[in-house]
Ligand binder design. Structure first.
Ligand code: NAD
Length: 487
C-alpha cells in the first residue's frame, strides 16, 4: 500500500524553542521526513528561534545532529544537506524586544507563517503579544501551542483570552499529539465509514469501555514540572479525555474541524462529576534492591512527602441517550509493567448460550491499539476447529496496519509529521479548540480540588506492576476486570 503525497504550498515555519528537547526529538526529525517524502517544497523555510547566540551555522549543525539521531538523516546525506539549506536561525529572548526585525526580514510575506511555541507555557502569552506588536500577526499566520494548555480552568481561560487578543481561533492550533496518530483517525474511519459498528455503539450493546495509557518510564528529568501537575493534569485532562471524546461522540454531519470538535465538546459537557470513590490515585515506589537504577517517585522528584499522583484510574459516566448506563474506565500511569496505549470496547455477553452452559457466554472486544503496534483487533467467537464437538473459541480478527508500514516498521507519517502538515494546510480537525480545553479543565478541577480538600495521599504501587490494587478493586466492585497491559 503506497500512500500518495500531496505537496503543501511553500511556507515559513518558525520554531520558538528550536534548540529544545521537543524540537530536537520530534519537530525537526518530523519536518525532515516530510521533506524526504516530497511533501515539503524546496523553498519552504524553517527558522529556529532561541535565546542562545548559535548563529545559522551552529543551528544547522544542531539540526543535522537531531535529524541523524532521531530521524532518517544518516540514510540520505544529500537530502539532509538540501534540507539544511532551508534552515535559518534567529536569536530572540521571548521576554525581550531584540531580534524581531531579524525574524521579520527572513519571513516572506506571501505565504503561510506558522509560529510553533515549543517553549515553556509561561512564554506563550509574551510570544503572542510580541508577534503582534512586531507586525508579524497577519491573516496568513498560524500559531501552534504545545501542552500543557493551562494548569486549571482559570489559567486555561486566561491563556485563551491572551491568545484571542492577537489571533482568531481559526489561527490557533493546540496540539495533542495523540490525535495525530494513525489509529485515532482509523477509529473514526472504522466508526463512521462502516455500517457494522455504529448500530452497536451504545449502552444497549456495549457493556463498558476501557482506556489505558501505560508508560514504563518514570518522571525522569521532568520532576519539578510533574510535581505540580501529576497524572490527572499531565495525561487525563488532555490525552485520555480526547480519546474518550472520539470513542463516545455522535457522528458529526461532516468531517470538518468545527463539526468534529462540536461533537467532542458535547461529550465533555455530558460527563458526570466523578465520585470520590470512583477514582484511584497511585504513586510508584522504587524496585527493591535497585533503588539507584529505578528510584521511586518521591526520590525522583526529591520530595519525600510528595502527594502527587503518578497514576490515576477512574470510572466516568456520560449522561446522554447513547451512553447512560455504560461506564468508561480510564487509567494512566508511569513505571507500569509495559508501554501500552489501548482502548477496549467491551461488548455485552450474548444473552443466552444455545450451545449449553459448558460452552460459556462470550463477549466481543474491539481493541484499538495506539502504541506500540498500532492497529485494531476485533475479538470474535468461533467454533474450535476439529471433531471435538461444539466447543467455542475466542480468536482475534486482526486489522493491524502492518502492510501499511514502511520497511523500518513505522507509518508513512507519524503524529508530529501529520499535525505539522495539517497546520500548513490549515486543517484544525485534529487540534483542540479553546472551549474543549476549558470544558476538560472544568471536569478535572473539582476532582483535584476534592483530593486537596480531603488531604488524600496516593496509594503506593510497585514499579513494573499494573498499578495500585485499589484500581483492580474499582473494576471488581462492578463485576468486571481490566484487560492486561501488554506491550
Ligand atoms: P526545553 O527546556 O528542552 O526547551 C525549551 C526551549 O525554549 C529551548 O530552545 C530554550 O532555548 C528556549 N527558551 C527558553 N527560554 C526562552 C526565552 N525566554 N526566549 C526564547 N527561547 C527560550 O523544553 P522542551 O522539552 O523542548 O518543551 C518545550 C515545550 O513543549 C514545553 O511547553 C513542554 O511542556 C512542551 N512539551 C514537550 C514535550 C517533550 O517531549 N519534550 C512533550 C510535550 C510537550
Amino acid at each position: 500500500m503506497v500512500s500518495r503525497v500531496i505537496p503543501v504550498d511553500p511556507f515559513d515555519l518558525v520554531i520558538f524553542g528550536g534548540t529544545g528537547d521537543l524540537a530536537r526529538r520530534k519537530i525537526l526529525p518530523a519536518l525532515f521526513r516530510r521533506y524526504l517524502s516530497g511533501q515539503i517544497p524546496q523553498d519552504a523555510r524553517i527558522v529556529g528561534v532561541a535565546r542562545g547566540d548559535l548563529g545559522r551555522g551552529g543551528f544547522q549543525g544542531m539540526v543535522r545532529e537531531a535529524v541523524c539521531d532521531f530521524g532518517q538523516g544518516a540514510a540520505d546525506k544529500a537530502a539532509l544537506e538540501a534540507f539544511l539549506n532551508a534552515v535559518h536561525y534567529v536569536q530572540i529572548d521571548a521576554t525581550g524586544l531584540r531580534g524581531w526585525s531579524d525574524l521579520a526580514e527572513i519571513l516572506q510575506g506571501d505565504r503561510v507563517h506558522a509560529f510553533y511555541f515549543s517553549v515553556a507555557p509561561s512564554l506563550f502569552g509574551p510570544l503572542a503579544e510580541r508577534i503582534h506588536t512586531h507586525g508579524l500577526a497577519g491573516p496568513n499566520v498560524r500559531i501552534v501551542v504545545e501542552k500543557p494548555f493551562g494548569h486549571d480552568l482559570a489559567s486555561a481561560r486566561a491563556l485563551n483570552a491572551t491568545l484571542a487578543e492577537h489571533f482568531d481561533e481559526s489561527q490557533i492550533y493546540r496540539i495533542d499529539h495523540y490525535l495525530g496518530k494513525e489509529t485515532v483517525q482509523n477509529l473514526m474511519a472504522v466508526r463512521f465509514g462502516n455500517m457494522l459498528f455504529e448500530p452497536l455503539w451504545n449502552s444497549q450493546y456495549v457493556d463498558h469501555i476501557q482506556i489505558t495509557v501505560a508508560e514504563t518510564v518514570g518522571v525522569g528529568g521532568r520532576g519539578s514540572y510533574y510535581e505540580r501537575a501529576g497524572a490527572m493534569r499531565d495525561m487525563m485532562q488532555n490525552h485520555l479525555m480526547q480519546l474518550l471524546c472520539l470513542i463516545a461522540m455522535e457522528p458529526p454531519a461532516k468531517f470538518d474541524p468545527d463539526a468534529v470538535r462540536d461533537e467532542k465538546l458535547k461529550v465533555i459537557r455530558a460527563l458526570d462529576p466523578v465520585k470520590p470513590h470512583h477514582i484511584v490515585r497511585g504513586q510508584y515506589e522504587a524496585v527493591t534492591g535497585q533503588e539507584s537504577e529505578f528510584p521511586g517517585y518521591r526520590e525522583a522528584v526529591g520530595n519525600p512527602r510528595s502527594s502527587t499522583e503518578s497514576y490515576v484510574a477512574l470510572k466516568a459516566h456520560i449522561s446522554n441517550w447513547r451512553w447512560a448506563g455504560t461506564p468508561f474506565y480510564l487509567r494512566t500511569g508511569k513505571r507500569l509493567v509495559a508501554r501500552s496505549s489501548v482502548i477496549n470496547v467491551m461488548f455485552k455477553e450474548t444473552p443466552h448460550s444455545i450451545f449449553g452452559e459448558e460452552a460459556g457466554r462470550h463477549t466481543n472486544v474491539l481493541s484499538i491499539r495506539l502504541q506500540p503496534n498500532e492497529g485494531i483487533t476485533l475479538h470474535v467467537t468461533i467454533k474450535e476447529p476439529g471433531p471435538g464437538g461444539m466447543r467455542l473459541l475466542d480468536v482475534p480478527l486482526d486489522m493491524s496496519f502492518a502492510e501499511a508500514l514502511g520497511p523500518d516498521g513505522r507509518h508513512p507519517a507519524d503524529a508530529y509529521e501529520r499535525l505539522i502538515m495539517d497546520v500548513i494546510r490549515g486543517n484544525q480537525t485534529l487540534f483542540m479548540r479553546g472551549d474543549e480545553v476549558e470544558a476538560a479543565w472544568g471536569w478535572t478541577d473539582p476532582v483535584i480540588a476534592g483530593w486537596k480538600a480531603r488531604g488524600e495521599v496516593p496509594k503506593p504501587y510497585a514499579s513494573g506492576s499494573t498499578g495500585p490494587g485499589d484500581a483492580d478493586q474499582l473494576m471488581r466492585r462492578d463485576g468486571r476486570g481490566w484487560r492486561g497491559i501488554n506491550p
